[in-house]
Ligand binder design. Structure first.
Ligand code: F6P
Length: 547
């Protein structure tokens, strides 16, 4: 990153640390105390980040000067901090039932939330008992299909998979998201329409992908009942802030569970958007999930910056992104159950923070969201870790591990955890040329030096380790809430609105214009588009009709 865009108050720390290898920093025993913190079931270890305690204190002084506590309190109490949409941001109120601190959220919102949670609880219990007819649901449901995209998919998808060991027996959950018809096609060949409950999740109830998939599933179920509309509607629930549209689509209002404008899609897994999760893990566990998040909410509201995990996470990200100029961060969960964490975080962080202007519409003063990417370890080690260890770019990493697994395959689990710890150590410490040379035993001096150069690891590559005691509804709730508040803090530090997403609109609008030109026998001529789009539309038409 060009040095003029670096926050100048950190310049002296950057200069001091430039010549200090992480290997040296790790020798300071005091680091652990300041950079390793426990919160309930989560241990956060930031000790392998490339900063020292003086730099940390400078970051702390910076955040304190921003009056972050007032900004945080404004969110919890329901001020309209999503300024471009003039909306409050109250996902924390969704889990206030699990908090030990009294919620400052508006009473009306808390009441609506409590009422909806009550509806979810009674529905979940009825489905578990096998008769949810009082809720408009057909008997004998064995499969749930959650149709939604973005925030209406990624949260429930992550949590349902992560909490597989908690699944209610006899009920399977599926996620239909992309508009690619292949997935719907395969699902319809796999499931029994008379035993399937479809939950159409869309805050706006206008999302093209979700509605098209909904139509496909509705036709499929309708065929199973020879078009009997009443029978079909018993296979559908909706979650939406747009009850009128859901009703128009064919889902009775009593089967629509509310979403609210005060909850953004990517922050909504705690609401009825998590209905498929609640059905999958049962009511008690769903409340444990909320309680885990509430634990982090209470901590975020009360801990000083130096012990506040979301604040520390945001300061480390600020340091890596804005001070060290790192353009991406790899998230590597050492847990197959957390396979969907990276894509969940991509939306949470990149849709929230990928902004170039401040809330006041002025260009930001520093780079914002890093690219978030990654996949599960150890698989990732055998794919792209070569580049993370010896490539020319430094990519900060985040390792997430689980101390106690939900299975008894001890040898596998110990191997898994040892790999996690080894990668974090290897990335930080590296291997010097001299160490590599000492290992190269045979050949000429020249040949040994050539080999040693290739077997040298620069190290000095920062990483964070998060260890969950076990992957439980509570710890998963806590983990997600930590990331949510980290995002809030970065939005605050960067001065951007973390709760809107105008950047997704242009592509959607152009897709709407292109559709009529792409349809077979389409009503619109491709010539109104730019030359590249036009050529591709013509190629599609040409190839579609070719023998
Ligand atoms: O296009 C982006 C987006 O608006 C996300 O912010 C949202 O989570 C997703 O689409 C789905 O929106 P909806 O829940 O309204 O269908």
């Amino acid at each position: 990153m060009s040095s003029e865009r670096r926050p100048s108050f950190l310049a002296e720390h950057v200069d001091r640390l430039a010549g200090t290898h992480l290997r040296e920093l790790l020798k300071d025993a005091a680091r652990g105390k300041r950079l390793r913190h426990r919160l309930g079931p989560v241990l956060l270890d930031l000790s392998r980040q490339k900063l020292d305690l003086a730099a940390l204190d400078a970051l702390g002084a910076h955040v304190e000067a921003t009056k972050w506590q007032a900004a945080r309190d404004a969110m919890f109490s329901g001020e309209a901090i999503n300024t471009s949409e003039d909306r409050p941001v109250l996902h924390t109120a969704l889990r206030a039932s699990g908090s030990e601190l009294p919620s400052p959220a508006p009473r009306a919102a808390l009441d609506e939330i409590a009422q909806t949670l009550g509806r979810i609880d009674t529905l979940v219990k009825a489905v578990e008992l096998g008769d949810a007819s009082a809720f408009g649901v057909a008997p004998g449901i064995t499969d749930i299909v959650n149709i939604g995209i973005g925030g209406s998919d990624l949260g429930p998808r992550l949590a349902v998979r992560a909490l597989t060991p908690y699944h209610v027996p006899g009920l399977r959950s599926h996620f239909l998201t992309n508009v690619d018809g292949q997935s719907a096609y395969e699902l319809m060949h796999q499931l029994d329409p008379r035993r399937t409950l479809v939950i159409v999740v869309s805050k706006t109830f206008t999302t093209q992908e979700t509605l098209l998939n909904g139509n496909v599933m509705r036709d499929w179920i309708s065929r199973a009942y020879n078009g009997d509309k009443n029978a079909v509607s018993r296979h559908f629930l909706a979650v939406s802030a747009n009850v009128a549209e859901a009703e128009k689509w064919g889902i009775p209002a009593a089967q629509v569970y509310p979403m609210w404008d005060f909850v953004g899609g990517r922050f909504s897994v705690w609401s009825a958007v998590g209905l498929s999760l609640a059905l999958s893990i049962g009511s008690y566990n769903f409340h444990e999930f909320l309680r885990g998040a509430a634990l982090v909410d209470d901590h975020f509201r009360s801990a000083p910056w130096s012990e506040n995990l979301p604040v520390l996470l945001s300061l480390v990200e600020y340091w890596n992104r804005d001070v060290q100029g790192r353009g991406s961060r790899a998230v590597i969960p050492y847990a197959d159950l957390l396979t969907d964490l990276t894509s969940y975080l991509q939306q949470l962080e990149m849709e929230s923070l990928g902004k170039q202007v401040t809330k006041q519409g002025k260009p930001v003063e520093q780079p914002t969201s890093a690219v978030v990417w990654g996949s599960v370890g150890t698989n990732a080690q055998h794919a792209y870790f070569q580049s993370l260890h010896q490539g020319t770019d430094t990519v900060p990493l985040e390792f997430i591990g689980i101390v106690k697994p939900a299975h008894d395959l001890v040898a596998n689990h110990e191997a898994l955890l040892s790999n996690l710890l080894a990668q974090a150590a290897a990335l930080a410490l590296g291997k010097t040329f001299d160490e590599a040379l000492a290992e190269a035993k045979s050949g000429s001096e020249e040949a040994r030096r050539v080999l040693a150069a290739q077997r040298t690891f620069p190290g000095d590559r920062p990483s964070t380790v998060m260890l969950l005691d076990a992957l439980t509804p509570e710890s998963l709730g806590a983990l997600i809430a930590l990331y949510e508040h980290k995002v809030f803090m970065l939005g605050h530090l960067w001065g951007v609105n973390a709760f809107d997403q105008w950047g997704v609109e242009l592509g959607k609008a152009i897709a709407r214009q292109i559709l009529p030109a792409l349809e077979e026998g389409g009503s619109k001529n491709a010539s109104s588009f730019d030359a590249s789009t036009q050529a591709l539309i013509e190629a599609i038409h040409e190839r579609r009709t070719a023998q």
